[in-house]
Design a protein around this ligand. Structure first.
Ligand code: TRP
Length: 329
């Protein structure tokens, strides 16, 4: 496959994936694996930038993340699935890129400023945390992709990636690293159960691996149109938190009926939630079957094979980079 069809993306192993991850990022990956030359990886070193006191926790989340990917439909026959820390070239490229990255670019990075303020329980005054986008730039340009499919929150990092790549090309008088394009997921965002962004730390998520028995009480507790106090009050799907779920999960042929029933008060929120639970069951059931079929040994085999493929590309990149800089063996 030609290099201009290549895409790269990664996720930190910080816990089980939820529906927000699925509709925000993974659904896009699953589609892309059919059309592109895809490299998807577990960004365990990135997890270390904020969880460095807990490496065992990170390690513990790696197999679960790969299983969630397989459950969601990634197919190791169609894409390369690998683990960042097993490809030492990522560390070498990170080191070289860190030499040419001005501190100001990192200090100005909005994600850095925001996270340092928000994650106050952790000491993030570290070199590694500041350098997060440099490591990420290396992860990406290592494979010389044309695009990186990520959520909107990652765009400042991609901007920095482009700047670092441009600076490399400029300083060493080459055109080695391509200009990376953003590739945002087109699907509508799914809000959390309480209407805020779906996030594990808010406790408002439905995990891909959760059983329907665990999900039921969550759906029952979901906020609907708050002006609709009684079943006889007409509701507004436009402000109900359930409706975005129906739009993504329920058979589209049923949507007009659901919308009408809400607006003319012919059916209540309880009915609506029942339908949503059926939709969730239908959606998550096949994923959970795939997950159950993927053993720890399967995960080890998938990563072993994927790491070898990633390493082949990465070691070639580093050979070329060393040559460009003038450090060839
Ligand atoms: N920063 C990404 C996240 O938090 C993870 C990541 C690391 C990544 N390296 C990457 C994503 C390279 C895309 C490409 O989810």
């Amino acid at each position: 496959m030609s290099e201009n069809k290549r895409i790269v993306s990664g996720m930190r192993p910080t816990g089980p994936l939820h529906l927000g991850h699925y509709f925000g990022v993974i659904a896009n990956w699953v589609k892309l694996q059919e059309e592109k030359d895809c490299f998807f990886f577990v960004a365990d070193w990135h997890a270390m930038t904020s969880e460095y006191t807990n490496p065992n926790r990170i390690k513990g989340f790696v197999p679960g993340l790969v299983k969630d990917w397989i459950a969601a439909g990634l197919d190791p026959e169609k894409c390369v699935i690998f683990q960042q820390s097993k490809i030492k070239e990522h560390a070498e490229l990170y080191l070289l890129l860190s030499m040419i990255t001005p501190l100001g670019w990192l200090e100005r990075n909005p994600t850095f400023k925001e996270q340092r303020q928000e994650l106050t329980q952790k000491d993030l005054n570290t070199h590694g945390f500041l350098g997060y986008p440099v490591l990420m730039a290396g992860d990406i340009i290592m494979y010389r992709p044309y695009a990186v499919p990520v959520g909107k929150d990652q765009l400042p990092h991609l901007e920095l990636t482009r700047e670092i790549a441009r600076r490399f090309n400029h300083l060493y008088d080459c055109e080695y690293f391509p200009e990376i394009q953003d590739m945002l997921t087109a699907e509508a965002k799914l809000p959390g159960l309480d209407g805020r962004k779906m996030s594990k730390s808010y406790g408002n998520s439905i995990m891909l691996s959760e059983s329907i028995d665990e999900i039921m009480p969550k759906v029952r507790g979901m906020l609907t149109d708050k002006n609709r106090l009684r079943k006889s009050d007409p509701g507004d799907p436009g402000i109900c938190n359930l409706f975005p779920y129906h739009k993504l999960l329920t058979d589209p042929a049923r949507l007009p009926e659901i919308e009408e029933g809400c607006r003319n008060a012919s059916w209540g929120c309880v009915d609506c939630k029942k339908v949503l639970m059926e939709s969730l069951d239908r959606f998550l059931g096949p994923m959970q079957e795939r997950r159950a079929r993927c053993s720890d040994q399967d995960v080890a085999d998938i990563l072993h094979a994927g790491n070898a493929k990633a390493r082949a590309v990465a070691s070639r990149t580093l050979e070329e980079v060393r040559e460009i800089i003038g450090f060839e063996d």
